[in-house]
Design a protein around this ligand. Structure first.
Ligand code: AR6
Length: 173
């Protein structure tokens, strides 16, 4: 759409060769578990050091660091909401995608890969989250015409299939 590509990929985000990968971080920007742990392990100690210097990121916000030993130049860290079942969850989750995309554009990055933010340890149901994620990305691309490539990298077959169904439903609307 709008000369941009949105692609769903099944795989490990730490292997993606894009300008930036997004980390589903915690507010203290500490190396945690899940995709965050995998990113920190693959990036090496330099990433944790730069995160310590930044110190904090609020829910729905995003910060950018270097990629260190990753095949990507940058990591954008965003903090998803812990799922509560309240209406505000969707707003915070949408802000994660929006603010990460804004940061990518501000830094002239052409390609960015997202994991499925908040749907692991933070407990956001994947189908609900997929609709928020995809709708936010599509709206951003329609409005801004960049970045050129946005990938959603899904770790499991189930997540990939859920995102695929949600995307098909959104496109057919
Ligand atoms: N590549 C792509 N996706 C992955 C990978 C990977 N290598 N590894 C896991 N996933 P989670 P959250 C998927 O729990 O729910 C951390 O401790 C995983 O299957 O990583 O936002 C942070 O520090 C799931 O679909 O993130 C925070 O404290 C998705 O990534 C907290 O967990 C997100 O799951 C954040 O929780």
């Amino acid at each position: 759409m709008n000369n941009c590509t949105l692609r769903l990929v099944k795989g490990d985000i730490t292997k993606e060769r894009v300008d930036a990968i997004v980390n589903a971080a915690n507010r203290q920007l500490l190396p945690g578990g899940g995709v965050c742990g995998a990113i920190h392990r693959a990036a090496g100690e330099g990433l944790a050091k730069e995160c310590r210097e930044i110190g904090f990121c609020d829910t729905g916000e995003a910060v950018i660091t270097n990629g260190y030993n990753l095949p990507t130049n940058y990591v954008i860290h965003t903090v998803g909401p812990v799922y509560s079942g309240r209406e505000e969850d969707a707003k915070y989750l949408s802000n994660c995608y929006k603010n990460s995309l804004k940061l990518a554009v501000k830094n002239n990055l052409k390609s960015i890969a997202f994991p499925s933010i908040s749907t692991g340890i933070f407990g956001y149901p994947v189908r609900e989250a997929s609709n928020v994620a995809l709708k936010t990305i599509i709206d951003f691309l329609k409005e801004n015409g960049k970045p050129e490539l946005v990938e959603m990298v899904l770790f499991s077959n189930n997540d990939f299939n859920v995102y695929k169904e949600s995307l098909e439903n959104l496109i057919s609307k």
